[in-house]
Design a protein around this ligand. Structure first.
Ligand code: RIB
Length: 276
């Protein structure tokens, strides 16, 4: 905090409160914070770097002890300027001086794409996340690692996206009209996968027989769509809890064992890939 008075309050910045990934993450952060006697204040930046910076300024004036940024595209320099302990959660920065918790994005994306191939898919598209995000790049790179050498791959199979459902529906409608022989989609997150599922349903394409879909995240919503979503699940709760523990250590001036954690992901097979 600005004064040396400890307030036992921390700020948690999320980029999109309407995406269930972030409430699930926030729940974990808050659980751990509460356990250690801290209060969590939540801010939503709507994917805007400006809004995020303003939020952190306001939070500092209220004397918070630290911040968890589950956030957008701030640079390491900007984060260093905050003047309070910061842990970056989920969306890593290219920096080796800022404590971070993320998941094995590239590896997970490779495995998801390989799985689609093993399911018999012969032309797999990728709905990618926002251009400015490292984790979106890594997931796209993981997909490319697997498909780039195939005889069917072409750059038109990588579709720009923003991790939002509605945009993914529109993008998938256009994609499937242009390339009707696509039989697999790996989406950079679950909300986009659910958007793609909706597009397939609008077009009357049967899932998973004609088109298989794999998401990334493992949000609970994936269990209630039909067919249920196959996904590369991140350990969402563990990621939030670990970031919270790291921030508490920093606030309480204890050493961190490691600065950078990349947690394992796990494929959860459900109806959008299960051949019937
Ligand atoms: O669904 C939200 C996405 O944004 C997740 O995949 C997460 O990793 C994040 O950066």
């Amino acid at each position: 905090s600005l004064s040396n008075k400890k307030t036992s309050t921390i700020g948690l910045m999320v980029p999109d409160i309407t995406n269930p990934f972030f409430p699930e993450l926030a729940r974990a952060v808050e659980d751990v914070m509460q356990l250690y006697g801290y209060t969590t204040i939540l801010g939503n930046s709507d994917e805007s770097v400006e809004k995020e910076k303003q939020y952190v300024e306001v939070l500092k004036q209220r004397y918070i002890d630290g911040v968890i940024l589950a956030s957008t595209a701030l640079t390491a320099d900007e984060v260093h300027k905050f003047g309070v302990p910061v842990v970056v959660l989920d969306r890593a920065l290219t920096s080796d001086t800022i404590p971070m918790v993320t998941s094995k994005n590239r590896e997970g994306a490779r495995e998801a794409t390989r799985f689609l191939l093993a399911q018999g898919c012969r032309k797999i598209a990728h709905l990618r996340g926002p251009a400015q995000l490292l984790n979106a790049d890594e997931r796209c790179q993981g997909y490319l690692d697997i498909v780039e050498q195939t005889d069917w791959f072409h750059p038109g199979l990588v579709v720009a996206g923003n991790y939002e459902m509605k945009q993914a529906t529109d993008a998938t409608l256009a994609l499937l009209k242009k390339y009707p022989d696509i039989d697999g989609i790996f989406a950079g997150n679950d909300m986009m996968a659910i958007g793609a599922l909706r597009a397939a349903q609008i077009l009357g394409i049967s899932i998973p027989d004609k088109l298989a879909i794999v998401g990334y995240d493992g949000i609970t919503m994936g269990e209630v769509v039909y067919p249920e979503l196959t996904t590369m699940a991140q350990p969402i709760y563990d990621m939030g809890a670990l970031a919270a523990r790291m921030l508490i250590k920093m606030i309480e001036k204890q050493p961190l064992d490691t600065l950078y954690y990349e947690l394992d992901v796990q494929l959860i097979e459900r109806g959008t890939t299960r051949k019937v």
